[in-house]
Design a protein around this ligand. Structure first.
Ligand code: NAP
Length: 197
């Protein structure tokens, strides 16, 4: 397990993803991760004391959380959200935009990193690939540490613009797991190919 610098983390959304991340991050005190849930009524004081805000709420709640979060200057926002339609038939945002890019536009003073969105919550901690992307190198470095602390292999896939593809990847995962009946016990994996002879 990685040695983390002290990080104070506020988590908005204490459901499947938020609760599981909190459990994994708190399992070893040597990780130095101080985790607090914002609840619905204490968002601003919890975020004020944190360096990192994890958004693990439904997409339709995200703008409200940011509006109530107070000053986000310099803070890292870890966006786990998939803007999935209630029917699970697709994404409500796609193509040339993503939830993560919209969040960055809503909070331009923060540093958004997309992470933890491409696999089911029950696979967190299982050593699978944890894809992440963002535009701020320092923020990405800290999120890579959090990905490893959540028991995944950090895989940097580039700039925040690529969140549109990570969200599409999540939609593919959901379609395969739910619509195609494969179930939730699989994860996408990046494997380097051997150079062609
Ligand atoms: N489930 C997965 O495997 C998975 C995987 C990757 C990404 N994601 C994404 O992660 C996000 C969370 O998914 P989840 O499965 O953890 O959902 P969930 O179990 O339904 O939990 C959602 C949490 O958000 C809270 N919430 C809802 N509206 C809120 C608001 N206005 N302000 C503050 N908190 C609010 C809920 O509180 P209450 O309990 O009080 O309603 C709940 O704690 C979603 O965007 C989803 O697309 C999910």
């Amino acid at each position: 397990m990685p040695d983390c610098q002290q990080m104070n983390i506020a988590i908005a959304g204490s459901g499947n993803i938020g609760k599981t991340l909190a459990r994994l991050w708190q399992r070893d005190p040597h990780l130095g991760l101080d985790v607090h849930f914002t609840g619905r009524d204490r968002i601003a004081p919890t975020v004020a004391a944190a360096d990192i805000l994890v958004l693990s709420v439904p997409w339709n709640a995200a703008a409200d959380v940011l509006a109530n979060a107070g000053d986000l200057t310099g803070k890292i926002i870890v966006d786990c959200i998939n803007p999935v339609l209630p029917t699970l038939d697709g994404l409500s945002i796609g193509g040339n935009d993503s939830a993560a890019e919209q969040l960055q536009r809503l909070a331009p003073q923060a540093r958004v990193v997309k992470a933890f969105n491409t696999l089911g919550w029950a696979l967190l901690g299982g050593g699978y690939d944890g894809f992440y992307c963002g535009d701020d190198a320092g923020a990405k470095q800290q999120v890579a540490t959090l990905v490893a602390a959540a028991g995944l292999r950090p895989v940097d896939v580039g700039s925040l613009r690529n969140a549109r593809y990570l969200e599409a990847m999540a939609m593919l995962w959901i379609d395969m797991a739910v619509k195609q009946g494969r179930g939730p016990n699989f994860a996408f994996h990046l494997q380097d190919a051997h150079a062609a002879q």
